[in-house]
Ligand binder design. Structure first.
Ligand code: GAP
Length: 520
């Protein structure tokens, strides 16, 4: 069986080969952690966005959308805390001149202890064969116990450094790197600089320098565009609490450790929803949104075992509850979405910095207050990666051992819903295919393919996840029937063109997913 790393490599090359994701400006050797979506990728991405947008705005009468600008007044980022605190602790190796996230180096050192434990277990399994008692070995082997003790001590020290009362203790962080004898993977040396904080926001200038240009930032999250528009939307929409504002848009972060393909990018897209509520009701709403978002994910049909909900024990100073929804990626369970109970932190900060009153007048109690907020925040690109990873399959298709690569995408997310394939490129078949296309294209994204053998065309459509292939042959001309092939089972049946709508029906539309979501 292929290792997870090999599967991931195959997935990345599949994304490129079939027009899903390309490295940005590839002819110039690409740009680190920036990617372009190709002809199939953009369709899949748009379908993911549509699924999220419609789940938010169609299924909730009290959620409306906005589309705020990427550039915002620079004070926004002072108020939100991003100018002062949106930092990563970085360290350079003086020999390789490479820069690393110091916290990631330490996390990797912690993980190494886990790997060593697993190695010990595997060694013992081989040595003791059938008589091996794994649980007993894990709890009594002196070597394993020593590794676990060291790991836990390091973990505790790391937590203390990260949560030190005046922000991350950078000196103590460097000391851990020295004590743990962490070496640079490139130079192999321990010749490290001090650890420094590095702000993740990209900045640029607005206006010409002669006129006194203003330093502005590319937004690192879309949420602040929602907070600064809270009053506009509440007033113009005459919104009553509780209500939500949803937004999809680009965000930018100068990530230092940019690895794992589109998992950590410097330019990416977020789908965020801020739900404004009465103070004191936040924990109920937090629980409700956790449930609703779980259902949104699970409606895709990958199985509940693919998700993990990770509640944060240590919270940001403005939050009183937070959960990550993690997905089983080819490189382990990783965060795809965050659900945060953010209290009234952001609105209060914007009120303080702008001098404007940002409140809600509650007609039921006749009081004014600053609403609390539950935020659901999901990365489009991480969602895209999780869908691709869960759908990519290599299958043996017959006794001869022939294989196929199939993307078993949820049909509603597939870039192409129906491929129309004339068996030969003559005898009136292409024209008939064109006729069928004209009939179906108003409801489904269709594609006609004429080149290569029918088998090759089926494989190409499998590889991009097309749920239905229609083959047009000589009989079609005579009796208006076609062969309909199903992607997942590869079964084929003869059906009348007139029945195609009925058979394909709603199964490939976003509404089929929306119906599966449990909403209170
Ligand atoms: N407004 C809250 C917020 O931005 P976050 O946990 O920093 O919270 C939310 O980001 C989501 O955005 C993450 O769960 C992830 O899916 C996505 N995301 C964050 N940084 C990313 C990056 N560098 N590349 C791709 N997606 C990213």
């Amino acid at each position: 069986m292929a290792s997870q790393e090999e599967v991931f490599k195959k997935l990345v090359s599949h994304c490129k080969e079939y027009g899903f994701v390309f490295p940005s400006s590839e002819i110039y050797d690409g740009l680190g952690a920036v990617y372009d979506y190709g002809q199939n990728g953009v369709e899949l991405k748009n379908n993911i966005k549509r699924y999220w947008w419609e789940a938010m705005t169609k299924l909730h009468e009290n959620i409306v959308g906005i589309d705020a600008a990427i550039f915002m007044h620079p004070t926004t980022w002072k108020a939100s805390g991003h100018v002062d605190a949106f930092n990563d602790p970085l360290i350079d190796n003086k020999d390789s001149k490479k820069r690393y996230r110091a916290d990631v180096l330490i996390e990797e050192a912690i993980e190494k202890y886990n790997e060593k434990v697993e190695k010990e277990v595997e060694k013992a399994r081989k040595r003791f064969k059938d008589s091996f008692n794994e649980e007993q070995f894990r709890t009594t082997s002196p070597k394993v116990l020593e590794l676990i003790e060291k790991r836990d001590a390091l973990h505790k020290r790391f937590q203390d450094v990260m949560n030190s009362p005046n922000g991350i203790d950078l000196e103590a962080m460097k000391q851990i790197i020295i004590d743990e004898e962490i070496v640079d993977p490139i130079s192999g040396t321990r010749n490290w600089t001090d650890v420094r904080q590095f702000n993740l926001m990209f900045s640029t200038e607005m206006g010409s320098t002669a006129d006194g240009a203003m330093k502005i930032y590319l937004r690192p999250e879309t949420a602040q565009g929602i907070f600064v528009n809270y009053l506009n939307v509440q007033k113009t929409g005459r919104m009553k609490l509780p209500f939500g504002i949803a937004q999809i848009g680009k965000a930018f972060r100068n990530e230092i450790v940019a690895r794992q393909f589109i998992f950590r990018m410097r330019e990416f897209e977020q789908m965020e929803m801020q739900f404004f509520i009465k103070p004191g009701t936040e924990l109920d709403w937090f629980a409700k949104w956790k449930k609703t978002r779980r259902s949104w994910h699970e409606a895709l049909g990958f199985g509940s075992h693919m998700y993990r909900f990770h509640d944060h024990d240590k919270l940001a100073h403005y939050a009183n509850a937070a959960t990550d929804i993690e997905f089983n990626m080819p490189f382990g369970f990783k965060e795809v979405e965050g659900i945060h109970s953010r209290t009234n932190f952001d609105l209060s900060q914007h009120a303080k910095y702008s001098g404007k009153k940002i409140e809600y007048f509650d007609p039921e109690t006749n009081e004014s207050y600053t609403p609390y907020v539950i935020e659901t925040s999901i990365g489009v690109d991480r969602m895209f990666l999780s869908v691709m990873a869960a759908s990519y399959k290599e299958e043996v298709v017959n006794e001869k051992g022939d294989t196929r690569v199939v993307l078993s995408l949820p049909p509603a997310l597939a870039p192409v819903k129906v491929a129309i394939l004339p068996l030969v490129n003559k005898d009136g078949l292409p024209e008939k295919a064109e006729e069928i296309l004209k009939e179906l294209r108003y409801d489904y994204n269709c594609q006609i393919e004429v080149k290569d053998s029918i088998g090759k065309r089926y494989r190409r459509q499998d590889a991009i996840g097309t749920p239905y292939c229609i083959t047009v042959d000589g009989q079609t001309i005579e009796d208006n029937t076609v062969t309909l092939r199903y992607r997942d089972t590869m079964q084929q049946e003869r059906v009348a063109i007139a029945d195609l709508h009925k058979i394909i029906g709603d199964s490939v539309n976003i509404s089929s997913l929306l119906r599966k979501i449990e909403n209170d």
